[in-house]
Design a protein around this ligand. Structure first.
Ligand code: UD1
Ligand code: CA
Length: 461
């Protein structure tokens, strides 16, 4: 049987009080819509249609277009109306339609799979995924008839006192067969909100003698819908716990897992130890046996095996190879690569800089647009002057070079293999291999100067 998926993302999300479309708010680094799309992909639908409203372009940009078509719901006239907007994109499709709200970011692919299986096994025309909610007010209640079959979904606003007591609620995930979909046109406008509710298909299907069912599959932790900032925070907390539990099961160590923030896409190798107040973000991958000390943020970066990232370090868009040591207080900016066993120490900033194997920049340096070879020693306070006010220029430091402390390397410039730069030099010309470059005023001694100064001062008094 074929499957297509429709994801509803055209609501205004007013309750978020934010200019950002609701479904683009992030939960553990991933947009809510992105998370729903990722879950939908895992059931291998032949088509995914995202229904978006006035923010369609922005949404398309944020979630990409691979395997997705976008349908416009020009006005947010309700979830039933939104599904209708997707139908032209599904012309010719015969199969089961999985419909999901774009604001339920915790839903797991395994759950979608078993929902589809249940729908087929029971030969339903319509199956609603329901769950038991601790606080059901935010959801549509599943009203069952005497035989136990789902007869209707009633929203809080429309519910009577008895219905409000029902704890089984609609998750906003559904499977529809063709017969159920043909009833979309018959959805009446809700007199209270003037919207067309997708949930009305449940009672309509019953009236037409179709099989509508609600399949209760778990708890709020997986199905919560995010409508407010509070709910977004809750969803983030729930997802965070499950990400960290997954990593612990794989052998990652945490001193205090409640104080660590790890995005959905991040992978961490076994036996890596993570201290508190660490943020691992974006598409970061971390090898095994690594230690990440407190107050570190790592974004979109690759760390190898047995790396040590010391306290208060930021690593962005860079690669840190096996057994390198970085920090404390280092800033590794995008496009950098720290080689095996290299050391980047305190108050060192790298930008678009490659540091070769075993090289060291241990203190107080800015190294930007630089290619640094193997076994290089960068003295404290070395600066690559990479910017002339208009353009950025490259500094090349070949293998085995020694740069004395407090030197400036004015790019473009090349320091040849095995050369030395004397401390305090300003290097503006290429340095040949094995040479010593010094460019500082020669030291002179004025004998007796201190004594003369004192005498002068005494006379002044
Ligand atoms: C909806 C369900 C409710 C269910 C809950 C689960 C209806 C009428 N109610 O309520 O039964 O328990 O989800 O979380 O469906 N959207 C559109 N176009 C619209 C309106 C909404 O695309 O015109 C999209 C929104 O972007 C959102 C989703 O549909 O992703 C759900 O809309 P929302 O307003 O959040 O519905 P709820 O009130 O949460
Ligand atoms: Ca919602």
């Amino acid at each position: 049987m074929k499957i297509a998926a429709v994801i509803l993302a055209a609501g205004e999300g007013k309750r978020m009080k934010s200019p950002l479309p609701k479904v683009l708010h992030r939960v553990c680094g991933e947009t809510m819509l992105g998370a729903v799309i990722a879950a939908a992909r895992r059931v291998r639908p032949e088509k995914i249609v995202v229904v978006a409203g006035k923010h369609l372009e922005r949404i398309r940009e944020a979630v990409g277009t691979q395997g997705i078509s976008f349908a416009l719901q020009a006005e947010p006239l309700g979830t039933g109306h939104a599904v209708m907007a997707a139908l032209p994109d599904l012309a010719g499709f015969r199969g089961d339609l999985l419909v999901m709200n774009g604001d339920t970011p915790l839903v797991r692919p395994e759950t979608l799979r078993s929902l589809l299986q249940t729908h087929r096994r029971k030969k339903n025309d319509l199956t609603v995924l329901s769950f038991m909610a601790e606080n059901p007010e935010a959801y549509g209640r599943v009203v069952r008839d005497r035989t136990g079959q789902a007869a209707a979904i009633v929203e809080e606003k429309d519910a009577d006192a008895e219905q409000k007591k029902i704890a089984e609620v609609n998750s906003g995930v559904y499977v529809f067969g063709a017969a159920a979909l043909s009833l979309l046109e018959a959805i009446p406008v809700n007199p209270l909100t003037k919207e067309y509710y997708l949930t009305d298909l449940v009672s309509l299907a019953g009236q037409q003698g179709l099989r509508a069912d609600a399949c209760c599959m778990g708890e709020e932790a997986e199905f919560m819908g995010v409508n407010t900032r509070q709910e977004l925070i809750r969803a983030e907390g729930l997802m965070r716990k499950s990400i960290i539990a997954g990593l612990i099961a794989k052998g990652v160590g945490f001193i205090d897992p409640g104080a660590v923030y790890i995005d959905q896409q991040v992978s961490v190798g076994a036996d890596t130890l993570v201290y508190p107040n660490v943020c691992l973000e974006g598409s970061t991958t971390i090898g095994p046996g690594t230690v990440i000390y407190p107050n570190v943020r790592i974004r979109d970066s690759r760390l190898g095996k047995k790396v040590i990232i010391r306290d208060s370090t930021v690593v962005e868009g860079s690669e840190i190879s096996d057994a390198a040591v970085v920090g404390p207080f280092a800033h590794i900016r995008p496009g950098s690569a720290v080689g095996r066993e290299a050391r980047i120490g305190n108050f060192v900033e790298l930008k678009k800089t490659v540091v070769g194997r075993g090289s060291k920049a241990s203190h107080l340096s800015y190294l930007g647009d630089a290619n640094i070879g193997k076994g290089v020693n960068i003295g404290a306070g070395t600066i690559t002057c990479n910017y002339d006010g208009v353009k950025k220029h490259l500094t090349v430091i070949e293998d085995g070079v020694f740069i004395g402390s407090d030197s400036q390397l004015v790019a473009p410039v090349r320091i040849g293999k095995g050369a030395y730069v004397g401390a305090g030099s300003t290097i503006t010309k290429d340095v040949p291999r094995e040479a010593l470059a010094v460019s500082r005023v020669a030291q002179q001694h004025i004998s007796g100067w201190a004594k003369k100064r004192k005498q002068k001062q005494n006379r002044g008094n």
